[in-house]
Design a protein around this ligand. Sequence first.
Ligand code: PMP
Length: 353
Amino acid sequence: MSKKHNFGAGPCILPQEVFQEASQAVLDFNGLSILEVSHRSKDFVAVMEEAQNLVKKALNVPDGYSVIFLQGGASLGFLITAMNMARENKKAAYINTGQWASKAIEQAEMAGLEVEVIASSEEDGFTYIPKDFVVPEDVDYVHITSNNTIFGTQFKSFPKTGKPLVCDMSSDIFSREFNVADFDLIYAGAQKNLGPAGATLYIVKDEVLGKSSLGVLPTYLDLSVHQKKESMFNTPPVFSVYVSMLNLRHLINNGGVKAQEELNNKKAELLYNEIDNNPKFKASVNKEDRSNMNVVFFLADEAADKERFDQLWNDAGIVGLKGYRTLGGYRASMYNALPLESVQVLVDIMKKL
Ligand code: PMP
């Protein structure tokens, strides 16, 4: 197989070894295919348990938190988090750092919550992470998006809000170390750094479960149901959980999140250095808020250089570099499994232009 350099925003590249093990299990997982195995079988229950334990190990999840795998993507997570975190005031504070945060706000409002947007970088095209804001006393929780996949911004440290903190970590979980205890609820679609699309990861502080002020929640949307049933309330996304488990094993066997973060820092430094030093390119994002996962950049002179640059990277076997459809330019997504060598290939091409 000729391997491309995959800079796509997601679903994303996973380690080659994981692809190989996963394909083997499609043919033979203890005598059956992983695609036909019962989710209630002893073998798959063991997979689910291992996946949950490896999440805890990789992120040093403290006691008193549960790891849950659901379906519906982070998009359903927008609604699930609002419904489960709603308390007496039915009011929440959101920091709007881009399209995904805006969708989270929309869903919280659909759940019947009053949303106060306490900070937003919208007027500046979401090119920075707002840092000055006041958290109102009467909100039930604060919601942030750790990494803005589209505009390429990232919280480098997390705000202390004095309120339960909820975070959509879809596009940077497992890419860097952080303190789970700072959060009450974390959620993330699997399809960036965890595994294939299909599973959605929730890490939730047990004490927040079962306290929604919205009354009895629709069963699937109630996280306490899934916690009690150990992610087996209904058929879980078996293959996605299995491959996530393989990927977590691989991550931990290769130095864990700490080693991965060091590699991710190197990749980001290599590419941002080129963007900053090559007059043919420019970046729009505030330097201190630049994402290490999604690097958004533009040509200084599109009319002169676009055709040739596009030809160069296409010829080099690079895929997924096209910018987000409403933003234009380029977006190099550099999730965990993208090798440093792929970033070097891109940088070499940028030098050639
Ligand atoms: N939040 C963020 C930060 C994302 O990047 C994405 C998807 N790329 C989503 C939410 C939506 O996730 P899903 O497609 O799993 O619903």
